[in-house]
Design a protein around this ligand. Structure first.
Ligand SMILES: Cc1cc2nc3c(=O)[nH]c(=O)nc-3n(C[C@H](O)[C@H](O)[C@H](O)COP(=O)(O)OP(=O)(O)OC[C@H]3O[C@@H](n4cnc5c(N)ncnc54)[C@H](O)[C@@H]3O)c2cc1C
Length: 371
């Protein structure tokens, strides 16, 4: 049996970032991925490093997201230096547009709640009126009444990120085991054995980062990950001259000039099909926001499934029953990559989660039985 210090299950953005962090901590690490048979959010997302709407009513999540955004430049620079892959990180701040006074008022209330909940940690935001936005964003449509701005937001090429994490992981001695599903798991505290066909690998630590696959895997390790799929559809235009200095919540222009339009939030189970009426609605809102988009050709469109915890906030846990087993699930694996590689992985390497992670435990979903 091949033994490692740690095994990470799931080679998407969450597992790759954690595995990269673990090898950097000096742990011999294997990263196992099931392959194309699985649903893979990491290959179908929007690429925002988005802070301004994360953690409403949950200041711990707001802080975790901000921490990740702060870690991002370090991670991007390190991946660039070690792998030669420039992930295209830009963090110039971001804007969420509001169409109509009602949306503007609701957004203002939300941002003010975020600021109040941030307490002494602070939350810098501004509500920008139409004129201020029009100066910043050429081509702004008449339907836009204003928007919210924070300095924390950014975007990245998330496929380059995934590639960079994999290359960085292997470059530091990590072992990537692709297209492998697990036939059995032998589970004991600090002694985990996974079998696939005739092969067996073992480790003292295991991190379950299999996205939607975690729902089935977690109970085997004394953990729980009640995640569900939530579909998002995205449209992409042909390349055009770069016009916006800043990403917009549902529109972002890539470094190469394409404009991404997105993304829907649909409760349709494990269905990655595309729906013309949803695509039309995404396009309609984009054209209302920036009428010139109507002149651009749509060259690609797809749907992918988010990994959604019941309350939308990440799940991180350490197993009480089987020491050494951890879970990680979230619906913002691009945004949180900085924290996963630079903060979460060192906790796993040290063998315990920091107390600041306690509110993220899936135990928050345990509802006492009615008397
Ligand atoms: C439309 C859309 C837009 C999004 N936009 C953004 C955004 O702008 N910003 C942002 O931060 N996030 C965004 N996200 C979310 C982000 O993509 C996900 O949070 C992230 O990709 C989740 O990564 P993951 O590794 O947990 O899951 P996945 O990418 O699903 O990867 C899980 C991996 O685990 C493997 N696996 C599953 N089961 C097993 C098993 N039993 N054994 C071995 N391997 C297994 C699979 O093969 C898969 O590769 C978006 C998602 C969608 C769908």
């Amino acid at each position: 049996m091949q033994r490692y210090d740690a095994i990470v299950i799931g080679g998407g953005l969450v597992g790759s970032a954690i595995a990269y962090g673990l090898v950097r901590e000096g742990l011999t690490t294997a990263l196992i991925d099931e392959g194309d048979v699985a649903f893979r959010a990491s290959r179908g997302n929007f690429g925002l490093v988005w802070v301004q709407s994360k953690g409403l009513g949950a200041p711990h999540y707001q802080r975790w997201t901000r921490l990740s955004a702060d870690e991002w430049p370090k991670l991007a620079a390190e991946l660039g230096e070690r792998t030669g892959i420039a992930v295209g990180l830009e963090q110039p701040g971001g804007v969420q547009l509001c169409l109509g006074e009602e949306e503007f008022a609701a957004r203002r209330a939300m941002m003010e709640q975020m600021r109040t909940e941030a307490g002494n940690f602070g939350f810098d935001y501004r509500m920008l009126d139409r004129d201020a936005l029009a100066e910043m964003l050429p081509g702004l449509g008449e339907a836009v009444t204003g928007g919210s701005w924070t300095p924390y937001d950014g975007h990245v090429n998330s496929l380059y990120l995934l590639h960079g994490l994999h290359k960085g992981f292997v470059g530091r001695g990590g072992v990537y085991i692709a297209n492998r599903s697990i036939d059995y798991a032998g589970v004991a505290p600090n002694d985990f054995r996974l079998g696939s066909g005739a092969d067996e690998i073992g480790a003292g630590k295991i991190v379950l980062a299999a996205g939607l696959g975690n729902a089935k895997l977690a109970p085997l390790f004394g953990l729980s990950a009640p995640v569900r799929p939530q579909r998002g559809q995205i449209l992409v235009t042909e390349r055009t001259e770069r016009i916006w200095p800043i990403p917009i919540g549902s529109l972002r222009q890539t470094l190469e000039g394409s404009i991404m339009l997105g993304s829907s939030e649909e409760e349709v189970g494990f269905d990655t099909g595309q729906k013309p009426e949803i695509m039309q609605e995404i396009a309609r809102r984009a054209v209302e926001s920036f009428p010139f988009i109507a002149e651009l050709q749509i060259i690609r469109a797809w749907a992918a499934l988010r990994v959604m915890p019941p309350d939308g906030k990440p799940i991180y846990d350490a197993s009480e029953k089987f020491a050494g087993a951890f879970t990680a699930n979230c619906h913002s694996g691009v945004t949180l990559a900085g924290a996963h590689a630079n903060v979460f992985a060192p906790m796993v390497a040290a063998g315990a989660l920091d107390p600041m992670m306690t509110p993220f435990s899936a135990r928050r979903f345990d509802v006492p039985a009615a008397a």
